[in-house]
Design a protein around this ligand. Structure first.
Ligand code: DNO
Length: 400
């Protein structure tokens, strides 16, 4: 697999020169300064390509070309936004950037409740606490009907938690769930937004009446509309699974969470350019998901791999595990995707980009001011581990 790294553009304090030294071959990035829905011009794309190439790497994957909310809930401006999306895709194609990651999660991109969950060794990981998540929904958003969406024991724990939560705790929870994890991925809420909760609620309101079937249909509509451009420019679209893989978040459906969802998705628009980001971390956070079996089944339609692993804990909680542990089995995933890459190369296909996803905060990461999950030392350590796994797998396949 091609070793790639998520880099947040020229402002990223992790420089391309640093990445070159640690064996990174390709860059995963976006035009982060272009507002969602606007066209990515050929000029801006080419400029970033040249900058990356001047460091001896290539722009391998776009993560993400964001899909506007109005496309997801089928607002009146949907078709105009899809037209813009198509122009951006064609411009990317003209510049040779042909792998595009995106997601179809309503309003909230990925969700975590704790950004600094401590391990005994002094490192920290991202963490998801189901009770705190329910607390945010029931007590902070105060969404109508929220309590009915959670099991009774969770609602009871929310009431207990309410007795001890301080204003500071509530503020931190808001920051973690809808602010700090969102802005840097071009999500809806940015640091500095004055009333994030109110803004967030107004976005949720846009989805009134959108159930699972409607959201599926809107995704199918979007994909069917963009496939001709993807065919023309040989662009591989790769949807990112919903993270965490819950059936509903804040009352809104999530539709890319499991084997059955992905089977539906690939069948709904059965075109090789309609493919997956196989995010082992997101999928392994769902106890019903057998990540290795899913990788075997979906490898032929996977265009981008995110390597990370979770441990599912009692009560719906999960923790991001070290890359050598957890329930995703990254060694076996390296085997599956390396075989898949060899199969494609035998047929003249392109290599499969892989990035290490997230990392623990280790050494000085906590003080580095990095985006949550995207520190330097922890990710570099994980990349070293995965590089070792890949080398062992290559050796194994060569000697067979
Ligand atoms: C978080 C990421 C997601 C992902 C998008 C892809 O760390 O995995 O924000 O980039 O959902 O569209």
């Amino acid at each position: 697999m091609e070793k790639t790294w998520r880099w947040f553009g020229r402002k990223d304090r992790i420089t391309l020169a640093m990445l070159r030294q640690i064996g990174v071959e390709g860059i995963v990035t976006a035009l982060h300064d272009v507002p969602n829905g606007e066209i990515w011009t050929e000029e801006a794309i080419r400029d970033l390509c040249s900058y990356i190439e001047s460091y001896g790497m290539r722009w391998s994957v776009v993560e993400s070309l964001p899909v506007c909310e109005a496309i997801k809930y089928a607002g009146p401006e949907r078709d105009a936004l899809i037209e813009n999306y198509k122009v951006s895709l064609a411009n990317l194609g003209k510049c040779g950037v042909k792998t595009v990651c995106y997601n179809f999660m309503p309003v909230l991109d990925w969700a975590r409740t704790d950004l600094e969950h401590k391990w005994e060794d002094g490192t920290t990981s991202l963490y998801f606490d189901y009770v705190r998540f329910a607390y945010f929904d029931i007590k902070i958003l105060a969404r109508e009907g929220a309590a009915a969406d959670f099991p009774a024991d969770i609602v009871a724990k929310v009431e207990e938690l309410d007795k001890v939560m301080t204003d500071g705790d509530r503020h931190t929870l808001v920051e973690n769930i809808i602010v700090k994890t969102q802005g840097f991925v071009n999500g809806n809420i940015s640091e500095g937004d004055r009333e994030p909760v109110r803004k967030f609620k107004s976005l949720l309101d846009l989805y009134k009446g959108i159930d699972r079937d409607a959201l599926r249909e809107n995704l199918r509509y979007f994909l069917a509309a963009i496939m001709p451009v993807c065919d023309e420019w040989d662009i591989n679209m790769c949807i990112h699974p919903d993270d965490p893989p819950l059936d509903k978040v804040f009352g809104l459906p999530r539709i890319i969470t499991s084997r059955d969802d992905i089977r539906w998705f690939l069948g709904a628009v059965d075109n090789p350019h309609n493919g997956l980001t196989f995010c082992a971390g997101s999928l392994s956070a769902g106890s019903r998901n057998n990540v290795v079996e899913m990788a075997r089944e979906f490898a032929p339609r996977t265009h981008f791999v995110h390597l990370r692993s979770c441990n599912v804990l009692d009560g719906g909680n999960f923790i991001e595990a070290p890359h050598t542990a957890g329930r995703a089995n990254l060694v076996e995933l390296c085997r599956i995707f390396t075989r898949e890459e060899r199969r494609r190369n035998a047929n003249g296909g392109i290599g499969l980009p892989m990035r290490v996803d997230h990392g623990k905060n280790i050494l000085g990461d906590a003080e580095g001011g990095y985006n949550p999950g995207y520190g330097f030392y922890g990710r570099m350590w994980a990349l070293g581990q995965v590089t070792g796994m890949m080398a062992a797998v290559e050796n194994e396949l060569n000697t067979k």
